[in-house]
Design a protein around this ligand. Sequence first.
Ligand SMILES: [Zn+2]
Length: 271
Amino acid sequence: MEEFKKITVICPLCNETKDIKIPMGVFNKKKLGTVKINIPKGSVCSEHDFLILTDPKGRLLGYEILDVVLDSNKNRNDIGSKPLSLLDLRKFFGKRGLLHIFHAKLYGYPILLLYKDKEFQKSIDGIKNFFINLFSDSPLIRIPIKFEQSQELNRKIRKEKEYLVINELGEILNVPWKENDDIERKMLQQAFDIINHQEQLFLLKNSISKFITESLYVKDLYETIKSLSRDELLRKLNIKFKNAKFSNNRIKFMIIFIERFFIHQRIKNKP
Ligand SMILES: [Zn+2]
């Protein structure tokens, strides 16, 4: 009898959640790398097709959205509509709003986006896709942005204290963190210095990927070495990542990052 692996899947576009069963045979074929599994429309939610990525043990690593899904049943005119650029996002939310959303995404804070105008609904999938694409190289799962239509955008008391609450105009209604946003500010600035939209995204994805890879390396170090001085940590980082510069600030943010994603792992003897 074939055994199944149960995976809880959240549709990255509409947040619908379902447990799905995948035959173990799918994973047994692969010893290394990532397994991509197609989740067709109707299996988790009724609207969206996407892929899930797992490791060979069937542990969920992330999601991937298909760029174009050809729907033979209807002639949808939005097929091939252009994906949003970084500049489009800045037009929506302003510089400050975009920076906040980016910070929340990078460190895995949940986001609640309130909007008043019904027209805004048309942009929701584009915004979701933008961030899914931006973080698609990251092995860590991020909670999809929650969108909510609301007539009172500026309700002062919202229960969602752990959320970044922002509205369609980029006005920030709640910030759940205390740290500053130096790292993302630099990443965004570097990207905006480039004119070409695709290169902007490429560069930003690269910066994210670098930051995450370095952070995960630091996490591994702390898992294997009990006590690590700042000098020792720097020495190891410089050997592992040649040509990189590790400022005190960058190390501070790598640790914030690790502690956000690996809640049970409080780093003792912080450098
Ligand atoms: Zn969906």
